[in-house]
Design a protein around this ligand. Structure first.
Ligand code: ADP
Ligand code: MG
Length: 362
């Protein structure tokens, strides 16, 4: 059976809490069956509000949400077949692990026999078989979150919502849980809508990412496209590291534009969000796209002065003052570490004009 492409559908959804300010604006989003989709954005951009509407704890002000082609506005939360893991949606502290997992099954009136089977299966999925009789207080933070994941999956929901589920864990645990959740998703194929403000987490886990800012989706793409081809300055700045130059378009043709930077130099760029001469633009270049001592054929070659050198194990970060940007970052692999990378030295840097993306001025 082929996967449904519009398994979850937000159709022209607006949300206002106070009747004045829209915190979600005209959200149109199709989520495919079995997809792992992440809503990524800064605090206050409307991510949790979207999940709450999908879960049924908030109602859209305008528009409709569909689950498997059915409008869901009038279906109460516990009848939507949606599992949830929220950072602050803790386990019931006075119940054992078994009782925590059995709870959603009891609400749905499963028999004792089916309940035991499903609890067994869910606990083994998160590698916690044998922990049935523990109380949550006797588990580590990571184990508690795994129980929460098991509880969200135990009744075989159609969709699982996770809102910053790893936010309270330390870095190492968070990273291993990211892989664990990703593997569970791959093995059972449930549709996951995940919320985070952490771009690394989103890039690691997702099939597609919807970048939110100010209640609007800025870009909806696969992780690699989002990183390699940000459509606007917000996305370029929010995802990964980014070198920027501001200036004005002085010449433009198909596939290429010439930008006169505020420092006076002209550079060749890729016209992503500019159309005509005279427009202001911010040119965005990923650090790893800039190369030291470029070959002659590179179409952008400039000199910068080394301001700072920081050793990072697998690479060295070099901060340059170049073309009026004193925060220009280069990443030099340490396998090619060089003697001349010293504060005060001049360095020749080049890049391909296709990688210098002329975006909106913000
Ligand atoms: P995010 O999850 O991206 O941080 P939220 O969806 O929680 O964003 O919040 C979006 C906006 O809506 C914020 O300005 C927030 O203050 C406001 N907001 C969220 N929940 C409520 C609520 N229950 N009542 C009023 N305003 C709210
Ligand atoms: Mg939130």
């Amino acid at each position: 059976m082929s996967k449904k492409q519009q398994f979850v559908k937000f159709d022209k959804v607006d949300k206002s809490y106070d009747g004045k300010v829209l915190v979600v604006k005209d959200l149109n989003l199709d989520i495919a069956e079995g997809e792992f989709i992440t809503m990524l954005g800064p605090s206050g951009s409307g991510k949790t509000t979207c999940l709450m509407m999908l879960a049924g704890f908030e109602t859209p002000t305008n528009g409709e949400i569909y689950l498997d082609t059915n409008p869901i506005s009038n279906i109460p939360p516990h009848k939507r077949g949606i599992g949830m893991v929220f950072q602050n949606y803790a386990l019931f502290p006075h119940m054992t692990v078994y009782e925590n997992l059995a709870f959603p099954l009891k609400v749905r009136k499963f028999s004792k026999e089916d309940t035991d089977k499903k609890v067994d299966k869910a606990l083994s999925m998160v590698s916690l078989s044998g922990f049935e009789n523990r109380m949550p207080g006797q588990l580590s933070g990571g184990q508690q979150q795994r129980v929460a994941v098991a509880r969200a999956l135990v009744f075989d929901p159609q969709v699982v919502l996770m809102d910053e589920p790893l936010g309270a864990l330390d870095k190492n645990l968070r990273e291993s849980m990211q892989y664990e959740i990703k593997h569970i998703h791959e093995s059972i194929g449930v549709t996951v809508v995940y919320v985070t403000h952490d771009q690394d987490e989103a890039l690691t886990m997702s099939n597609r990412i919807a970048v939110f800012n100010d209640g609007k989706v800025q870009q909806l793409s696969s992780p690699d496209k989002l990183y390699e081809e940000p459509v606007n300055s917000f996305v370029a700045e929010f995802i990964g590291e980014n070198n920027t130059f501001s200036g004005e378009v002085v010449d433009i043709s198909k596939g290429e534009c010439k930008v006169k930077l505020d420092s006076g130099t002209e550079i060749l760029s890729n016209p992503i969000r500019v159309k005509s001469k005279g427009e202001r633009t911010i040119v965005s270049l990923r650090p790893e796209r800039a190369i030291i001592n470029p070959e002659k054929k590179m179409d952008n070659k400039h000199n910068g002065k080394i301001e700072e050198v920081i050793y990072h194990g697998d690479h060295t970060r070099v901060r340059l003052n170049m073309l009026g940007n004193s925060e220009f970052i280069l990443k030099v692999p340490n396998s090619s570490a060089r003697m001349d990378i010293k504060v005060g030295n001049e360095l020749a840097v080049g890049w391909n004009s296709l990688d210098a993306r002329a975006l909106d001025p913000k």
